[in-house]
Design a protein around this ligand. Structure first.
Ligand code: MRU
Length: 352
């Protein structure tokens, strides 16, 4: 596959001194990069969604660790770590639900604590490796996931799981890229993804950069399309996958999955093993991020609704393992995931 021609967008550019983040709050109308020169800058970019998507915030967090350590002088990694420990806590907790952020910062911590005199350059290399491994995993998953689809599949995706949300290529969107390139996918629907509009603002734009046309629908249209026999598979990413196969992903994923089950439509979850958290037993144990009510009442800074006395804005939901037909990671495809199958593939992984 000629990856370069079907995967052009890059959200995170490390130039050896600072991290350039494509500001996803401004897309699709403006393409501007923010220069993050400190771990605090990176944490703020993650918190405010300038960079978003589980793998992307993990990678940004890893570079945040590098930035935290730039002004530290220490003879070995363990000593450097002591200087930046509190800053790493700040980074790790910038958002709560996607486990990739915590995983990446913890991997950086563990690596740093074992480094000797050359810890500074080795720490940078570790962040670069995390980014490169993510891209490689996505390309593998793209192929594996596309092979599970019927020929001529019409697919629905939710949120943005593409290059913008990862090191490149994407997870669910990687399967869609690979499936379109191989001719297996005939039609792509993208749901707008209220309230932040990751689908309409990001997914549709990103696919267009690579010449893939997606048909935009409102989130609540998916059951109707399935009832009409217009969708063969729902393909989504994940922010955390538990030991029993339950999946936390963007709010609305569960509704798409329930509708899919009612209409015999396949549900595919695509995520790298860095999203698997074997230390979280089931979905009920995951902290679901709550964001500001203005995400509901305002669009692009303009008020669109009456003042509400109370607003509830959980931005992720839990899709039970029982709703999932295919769980695709770079380690392979698990059909109908459950605790036993998860343990077989991921027993060596833990988020701690
Ligand atoms: O709030 P966001 O935009 O960070 O949520 C992103 C999602 O829910 C994605 O589906 C998930 O992180 C997978 S991205 C490859």
């Amino acid at each position: 596959m000629n990856f370069e021609s079907i995967d052009r967008v890059r959200p995170l550019l490390w130039n050896g001194e600072f991290l350039r983040i494509l500001d996803q709050r401004l897309l699709p109308h403006q393409q501007e990069y923010i220069d993050c020169r400190s771990a605090q800058d990176v944490a703020e970019a993650i918190r405010t969604l300038a960079v978003r998507g589980a793998p992307a915030i993990g990678i940004a967090g890893a570079y945040g660790v590098v930035l935290a350590a730039t002004k530290v002088s220490a003879e070995r990694g363990q000593v450097a770590l002591r200087h930046i420990d509190a800053t790493l806590d700040l980074l790790e907790n910038a958002r709560p639900t996607a486990v990739n952020l915590r995983w990446a910062v913890q991997r950086m911590r563990a690596a740093l604590s074992n480094m000797g005199a050359k810890w500074s350059s080795e720490l940078e290399a570790e962040a670069i490796a995390i980014q490169a491994e993510d891209l490689a995993a996505n390309r593998t998953m793209g192929r594996l996931g596309a092979e599970c689809l019927i020929q001529g599949a019409r697919v629905l995706t939710h949120c943005n799981t593409g290059s913008l949300a990862t090191a490149g290529f994407g997870t669910a969107l990687g399967v869609i890229r690979a499936g379109v390139a191989s001719g297996r996918i005939a039609m792509v629907y993208a749901s707008e993804t209220r309230p932040w509009l990751q689908g309409s603002r990001l997914t549709v734009w990103e696919l267009l950069q690579d010449g893939i046309e997606a048909t935009l629908i409102v989130d609540s249209a998916s059951a109707y399309l399935m009832q009409q026999g217009k969708i063969d598979a729902v393909i989504v990413g994940a922010d955390r996958i538990c030991a029993n196969g339950d999946v936390a992903n963007k709010i609305g994923t569960y509704a798409h999955a329930l509708a899919a089950k009612a209409h015999g439509v396949k549900v595919m979850v695509v995520a790298p093993s860095t999203t698997v958290d074997m230390a979280t037993v089931c979905g009920a144990d995951i902290e679901i991020e709550q964001r500001s009510g203005t995400e509901l009442t305002h669009i692009g800074g303009t008020a669109v609704g009456a003042d509400a006395a109370s607003i509830y804005n959980p931005v992720f939901d839990i899709t039970p393992a029982a709703c999932i037909d295919f769980l695709v990671t770079e380690r392979g495809v698990i059909e109908h995931p459950d605790a036993e199958k998860m343990a077989e593939v991921f027993s060596r992984l833990s988020s701690t």
